[in-house]
Design a protein around this ligand. Sequence first.
Ligand SMILES: C[S@@+](CC[C@H](N)C(=O)[O-])C[C@H]1O[C@@H](n2cnc3c(N)ncnc32)[C@H](O)[C@@H]1O
Length: 347
Amino acid sequence: MSFRYIGSKARVVNTILEHIGKPDGGKFVDAFCGTGAVAEAASNAGWPVLVNDHLASSAIMSLARIISTKQASFLGLGGYKNAVADLNCVEPIPGFIWREYSPASSGYGTVERKYFTEENAGKIDGVRCQIASWRNGGLIDEWESYLLIADLMIAANRVANTAGTYGCFLSKWQKIAFASLSLSPRELREDAASAMISNCDVLDVRCNPDDTVYLDPPYTKRQYAAYYHILETIALGDEPIIEGVCGIRPWRHIASDYCYKVRASKALANLVSTLPARRIFLSYSTEAHVSLEALDETLQQLGNVVRHDLETIGRYRPNRAASEKASAVGEVLFYLEKSAKKGMVAA
Ligand SMILES: C[S@@+](CC[C@H](N)C(=O)[O-])C[C@H]1O[C@@H](n2cnc3c(N)ncnc32)[C@H](O)[C@@H]1O
C-alpha cells in the first residue's frame, strides 16, 4: 500500500520488527498506528495485533491491512471483489465532499477549493453513501465497511490535488487529479492472527502486562488531525462545520500533546510510566521536540533500556545554511523492559 503519511515507518519497518521479535504469548499493540505499516508487519510475523489511533481514518486504514478473508467475507454481496466492482460503478452524487472540496465549493461560499475535481469528489460522495447504505441495510458488517472505507481513502488519496497531506490544496491542478477515482481490491490474507481495533487516545488503550506496545508518537508540531482532515471526514462519513480557505474540520479537541514542544516531554513520560505493558518499543527521531538524551533518561527510570539507531535519512533543505545546520534525520527505536522495582517517572 503506497500512502504518503508524515512519520510513516514503511521504510524501516523490517528493522523495527527484527527488534520486536516473534510472538511471545501477549498481543502487539500499535498504539499510534497511523497507516498501520508496523501493525501489518507484526501481523505477518504472527502477532495478534491491536491497532489504535485517535483518528478514525488511521485506525480504519490500519485494520484494513491486517484483516483476513474470514473477517471480511462479504457474503451479502457475493465476495469482496464484487463489492469493490459494484462501488466502482456507483454514480457521483453532489454530497459534502463535492460541495466543500471541489471547485463546486465556489457556488456555496467564498472559496474555490481544488482538492478534487468535481467528478472525483462526487464519486467519493457516491461511494461513501453506498457503503453506508449497505451497512445500514445489513448487507455488510462493521469490519467489511471499514475495509471498503479504507479502499476509498486510498483511492481518494491517489487523485487528490495536494502536496501529500490535506493541510491545503494546490492552486494549480496536477495531472494525477484528473485520473478517475477507482477503488482497487487488495489481496486479503487467508488466515490472519487475530486483529483488533480501537479509536481512542493512547492513554485509554487497553493493554496488559503481557502485551508488547509499540509507540510511534508525533514528534513535530504537525497535528495529524488537521493535516489529514478530509480522510477523517471520509472515514466518519459526517458533515462537519469546516473552517478557513483549506476547509479544515474541527480538530483542536483532539490536538495531540506530543505535537507541542512544551508538552511533549511530560506527555511521553506520563505515557510510558502509566502503560501497564512490560515491553515497550518507542520510535523517535533526532529532529524531535524531546532530545533523545532526555528521553533515554526518562526511560531509564522505568527499567532496562536499549537504544537502536535505525537509519539516517537525508532531508531536503531549502538552503545551504539550513543544510549545514541539520542535513539528516535519524530514526531511533528505544526498547524498554519495565522493571517492577522502578516507580513512576517524575515528569
Ligand atoms: C508518527 S504517526 C504514526 C505512523 C505509523 N507508525 C506509520 O508507520 O504509519 C503518529 C500517529 O499518532 C496519532 N496520534 C497522535 N496523538 C495521538 C493520541 N494522543 N492518541 C492516539 N493517537 C495519536 C496520529 O493521528 C498519527 O496517526
